[in-house]
Design a protein around this ligand. Sequence first.
Ligand code: DGL
Length: 255
Amino acid sequence: MIGVYDSGVGGLSVWKELYGLMPAEDFIYFADNAHCPYGDKPIEYIRDRARKVTSFFVDKGAEIVVVACNTATAAAIDMLRSEFSVPFVGMEPAIKPAAVATKSGVVGILATANTFKGSIYKHTREEFASDIKVIEVVGHGLVEAVESSQIPYSLLERYVGEIVGQGADVIVLGCTHFPFLQDQIQKIAGNDVLVINPAPAVARHTAKLLGYENKYFSSSVGKNLFYSSGSSDSLKGVLSNLCPFDPDLFHAELE
Ligand code: DGL
């Protein structure tokens, strides 16, 4: 069983890719939406939630945990690896592919405040983007909009405008909620701008860790359980567009 979690529905952008590659696996998804957003909460708070969700997954039989949240990865993945024996996969800030793809030498990263504060982001930026200009934009309000099924056009225009206005030709979606706004972001940025969603690469990496070698086809379908700590409305709404079957939804507060 593969545990996948996020502060809310964002991690479903990763579950979708994981499920697409490995439909025969069993998945347990946890949307910690009673505590969403994580983006500007204290680091200790996010770590405490990460411990609780991971313990829940391990009790349910998860053998690997995908932290499908850039903010939780930044705040908690080192701690999780030191406290639990299951393997973890985190969200990589896709700075390397952005640095490879840019022609203008300017890339934009759209993420939460806590993701930019994390050492993973800082090290990746130093390692792969020391000779390009990186524009960091905190997407205030975007996570909340996705959670409530809104398209925040004016915020997107402001954030994307700030990035593209400085000459960026690549935008990295540094938060797993943002792929749900990718079409709008692409439209505002224009077709000359590459918008990178790191979820497919994270799913491929997870599949590799689980021993899948390029060939993923399976005729059987595994079990998928979807939990939330708050209302299940947002999960239900997003899954109605993503999920090829009738999803099983459950509630667990994990206090
Ligand atoms: N999906 C989370 C991320 O990738 C959102 C964080 C939040 O809740 O603010 O960063």
